[in-house]
Unconditional design. Structure first.
Length: 389
């Protein structure tokens, strides 16, 4: 069986998730498309890299990501760093002929995403952007129902991504609150996941009309390091300015004629990873809530008036990815499984010489939607979303 050497750059939250996925993917998907070998991990210092290698099962470690990209032994470069490094690493990796998976958002702006897209197209390497929530089996089942026409022509999409991990003003000024590193706030960090789901289920965006707010303008300084996602609180020390959004809401006109809305906040007390969507069609409706991610609720207009209502489907072996996951519905799909499925689909594309979605083209299109949302919020007007060139 083919083995592919992975060079993972960044050993924080996503370094952990991706390492777990590489170890577990062949345990679920067998025969595996290829065996991921955890070859080299890069971190910000030699000490962090050595610790990450030990923890996540990598053979080698380094504090120089360029040495990973340039290493002829590496087949796959996995970018799990804060957002400002995605473009530089991805472009260097493409030029070195490596297959690339990059965490989301692909880039801080559409212009940056275009450079990355152009680089992978020129290099002809397999590329993927890690919008993993569309690989939740219930979300893939919603896609199957929509493609089958089970709810008819799509009329509307309502999506949310609501969190509260940074709702406290004492949650520190990590990289996620710095525009130079993150690009944007709730928009790039979490709304993009729902934008990806909306594109997956409904199709391309025609135009947007958005509002963005920053509720907490200053936070306790955090000089560097992994984002502890609100689990560590700053004290009475110095504070720095937040220059990204805490909340974004946008109305959407889809190119296919549907209308919709997406809202995302990191200040929604009581909401944790509240990714939801509701899709209404001419023949029925579909409802999903990630906090109950084994379930998909569907209502079909063809049901008689006396029994019409939402029914709950628990995803299992009969559903997308199900035969390779757990043998009984509702044993439980977790965040980890979405990353394992993502790794499977990425490695399948490499092994078979095909492409995979969402790829850098999808990440670039999402970045153009982000740009349009920012422009709309600034100008208080509808803004057309261009297609990728
Ligand atoms: P994190 O802050 O937990 O970890 C980032 C790691 O990168 C840190 O350990 C840091 O030391 C390391 N790093 C910084 N500079 C580096 C360099 N020059 N070389 C090597 N390593 C370096 O961040 P997290 O949460 O893992 O986020 C990473 C990326 O993943 C971001 O783009 C984020 O948007 C994305 N993300 C995606 C998620 C998803 O559900 N798909 C979930 C969480 C994050
Ligand atoms: C923080 O908002 C975060 O870790 C995001 O960066 C991820 O993309 C999301 O999946 C979970 O929350």
């Amino acid at each position: 069986m083919k083995q592919l050497n992975v060079g993972l750059i960044g050993g924080g939250f996503m370094g952990k998730a991706h390492s777990l996925a590489y170890a577990a993917m062949p345990m679920f998907f067998w025969p595996a498309p290829a065996i991921p070998v955890r070859h080299t991990i890069a971190e910000a210092s030699d000490e962090l890299a050595a610790e990450a290698a030990l923890r996540f099962g990598f053979q080698r470690s380094t504090s120089d990501w360029r040495s990973v990209v340039e290493d002829p032994a590496i087949d796959v470069v996995d970018i799990a760093t804060p957002n400002h490094l995605h473009a530089e690493i991805a472009i260097a990796a493409a030029q070195a002929g490596k297959h690339i998976i990059s965490e989301k958002p692909l880039a801080r702006t559409g212009a940056e995403a275009k450079e990355m897209y152009d680089a992978v197209v020129a290099a002809g390497v397999v590329n993927m952007v890690a919008f993993n929530y569309r690989r939740t089996p219930a979300v893939a089942l919603a896609k199957k129902f929509i493609d089958e026409g089970a709810i008819g022509r799509i009329l509307s999409f309502r999506g949310t991504y609501l969190q509260d991990w940074s709702a406290s003003p004492d949650s520190p000024l990590s990289w996620r609150f710095q525009k130079a590193i993150a690009g944007s706030g709730a928009l790039g960090d979490i709304a993009t996941h729902v934008i990806d789901i909306a594109r997956y289920l409904v199709g391309e965006f025609d135009s947007v009309n958005a509002m963005m707010s920053t509720w907490i303008p200053e936070r306790p300084l955090q000089s560097s390091g992994a984002d502890a996602l609100g689990t560590v609180r700053g004290g009475d020390g110095p504070r720095g300015a937040v220059d990204v959004d805490d909340q974004v809401m946008t109305m959407i006109r889809f190119a296919g004629g549907a209308i919709g809305s997406i809202e995302a906040t990191r200040n929604g007390y009581g909401r944790n990873n509240f990714i939801t969507f509701e899709v209404h069609g001419t023949e029925g409706s579909i409802v999903f809530n990630y906090e109950r991610r084994d379930e998909l609720q569907v209502c079909f207009a063809s049901d008689g008036d006396d029994r019409r209502g939402f029914r709950t489907i628990y995803t299992g072996p009969a559903h997308p990815y199900g035969k390779d996951l757990w043998p009984i519905p509702a044993l439980g799909i977790g965040y980890g499984e979405t990353k394992i499925i993502e790794a499977h689909d990425f490695f399948t594309a490499i092994a078979e010489g095909t492409s995979v979605s969402p790829n850098f083209g999808d990440g670039y299109q999402t970045a153009l939607i982000d740009d349009a949302i920012v422009e709309s919020a600034e100008t208080d007007a509808w803004v057309d979303v261009p297609g990728i060139d």
